[in-house]
Design a protein around this ligand. Structure first.
Ligand code: ZN
Length: 511
């Protein structure tokens, strides 16, 4: 069956605003709960809420109806026969990016909407500060900008005029940001007593917590220590191998290592998993079981380190020439002082050690998930040649590579992320009463996750030509309908304007 999307109707309803009553007709539903696809179904959305899901069939005991829903004269309607509908994606580790990285927040928001991303956990307001993130969140809530729903986190220490190293001061800071409107705190590691105080106070004020366990602090508290103290999510993977060291307590650093040098940091990081207890060992299993029983979530962000195992792939990604802005290109270019820009002199030895790391890391994530662990799909785009939206779809593919089925990957990238952000009663799945955060795609993403990439899935033809299918066609955020392709064409315009006097990314790199 070929999916049918009525472009004229789409143009009519894609106003960026919610509709009084909108009916999506004939869709195949992947609801994000892990249940199998079903359809055709009609979904009724009133303003920002899913109010009815009618599946067709003859089994009323299975919530099926033999008669199709008849739209009223006032209803907006979209005929979508055979199209797939999914909950909007939740980017569980996202940064809007500051002026040194991106031309504007609009560029980032539209890349997200163009990929069906309807919620982002803005992990720290690092480059623009909390007030900026809160303002973007407000504008998005009021439908004044085209953007996903933004869950604002703030980095530890924001707004303080000195480094906070006293537990009571840390508690006072937590209370301040809670009152200011932050929904979570992003940590990079702290002295154990300050970390404990911060996590405790955050819990008392219902703030989420996420930590990138920086090497400078991991000897005092690894990921399992902070999980025991109440940390909600472990970002990336740092601090996990250290929880499984059996013949040392601190990483074996080269004698000339300097943490501030990003090339040093990444080269040494590539050897961490191999230094830890192996898969299937008692220590490996106990560590996983304890994370699961503590309810600690993991957000691996596999995609953002992919350049470490294959630098050429990320430097020459297909989407760079049309979608990657000049600021990002400059930010990505090798400069060991810039966060994550470590590629000068990155060679075979470094890539091979990272490939071995990935295999161990993916086994860990797969075992954690199989035993009931909570996972999120996070992109961390804006670093290491990773572009907003595209990076998240790559993350889905890498979760699949870790051994999780495509159906479960979609659950991780939707309901999983919503749970981690503490908003799973509001969004994350297609269920009556939930917020209408959805994406529609004409191909089946369970067969091929690549159809979610903004530039589509490109197939090479016998005559050497290429044809693209897919790409998200419609993104709905809190009932507001966006034509995903229009979002991406706006992004292409921004990049084309920047490239008027010379390409930002050449399609082929050469001597
Ligand atoms: Zn990050």
């Amino acid at each position: 069956m070929n999916a049918f999307l009525d472009e004229i109707q789409l143009a009519y309803v894609a106003t960026g605003k919610p509709h009084k009553r909108l009916i999506l007709r004939g869709v195949i539903v992947i609801d994000g709960t892990g249940g199998p696809p079903f359809g055709p179904a009609d979904i009724v959305i009133e303003m920002d809420t899913i109010t009815r899901i009618v599946q067709y069939g003859t089994s009323p005991w299975q919530n099926q109806s033999p008669v199709r829903l008849v739209p009223g004269p006032e209803d907006a309607v979209l005929d979508l026969d055979g199209c797939y509908i999914l909950p909007g994606l939740v980017d569980a580790h996202a940064h809007i990016g500051g002026p040194a990285q991106v031309p504007s927040a609009e560029y980032v928001h539209k890349l997200w909407l163009g990929h069906g991303v309807t919620t982002v956990r803005e992990l720290g307001s690092i480059y623009n500060g909390l007030d900026f993130t809160l303002e973007q969140a407000r504008l998005s809530n009021r439908y004044e900008i085209a953007a996903p729903d933004i869950v604002p986190y703030v980095y530890f220490g924001w707004g303080a005029d000195h480094w906070i190293s006293d537990p009571d001061e840390a508690r006072a800071w937590v209370r301040t940001v809670a009152a200011h409107g932050a929904k979570g705190i992003k940590l990079f590691g702290l002295a154990p007593n300050v970390m404990k105080a911060t996590l405790e106070e955050a819990q008392a004020h219902n703030l989420q917590t996420a930590c990138h366990h920086a090497q400078q602090y991991v000897s005092g508290a690894n990921a399992l220590d902070t999980a025991r103290w109440g940390l909600k999510s472990v970002e990336h993977w740092y601090g996990i191998p250290e929880a499984m060291f059996t013949d040392r307590r601190v990483q074996d650093y080269p004698s000339d290592y300097n943490y501030v040098n990003e090339a040093d940091r990444f080269a040494a990081a590539g050897r961490l998993w191999e230094a830890a207890a192996p898969p299937g060992s008692a220590r490996w299993n106990d560590t996983i079981d304890e994370f699961v029983s503590l309810g600690t979530a993991l957000v691996p962000t596999f995609n953002v380190y992919i350049g470490a195992r294959d630098a050429a792939r990320v430097r020459t990604s297909e989407w760079h020439p049309r979608y990657t802005a000049r600021e990002l290109k400059a930010f990505f270019s090798p400069n060991s002082g810039e966060h994550g820009s470590f590629f000068e002199n990155w060679g075979t030895e470094e890539e091979v050690s990272w490939r071995r790391s990935y295999s161990l890391w993916m086994s860990f994530i797969r075992d954690f998930y199989d035993r009931g662990g909570l996972l999120g799909a996070g992109s961390d785009s804006g670093f290491i040649y990773k572009v907003y939206g595209f990076g998240l779809i790559e993350e889905l593919e890498l979760l699949r590579e870790a051994g999780v089925s495509a159906l479960e990957v979609i659950g991780i990238a939707t309901l999983g992320g919503a749970k981690i952000a503490g908003i799973d009663t509001v969004t994350g799945s297609i269920e009556v009463g939930k917020r209408a955060d959805l994406l529609i795609v004409q191909e089946n993403p369970l067969k091929n996750l690549k159809v979610l990439y903004g530039h589509g899935h490109s197939a090479e033809e016998a005559d050497g030509g290429r044809s693209a299918v897919g790409g998200v066609t419609l993104t709905m955020k809190a009932g507001a309908v966006f034509n995903a392709r229009d979002m991406l064409s706006d992004v292409r315009d921004i990049v084309a304007e920047q490239s008027a006097n010379g390409a930002i990314f050449e399609t082929v790199h050469d001597h």
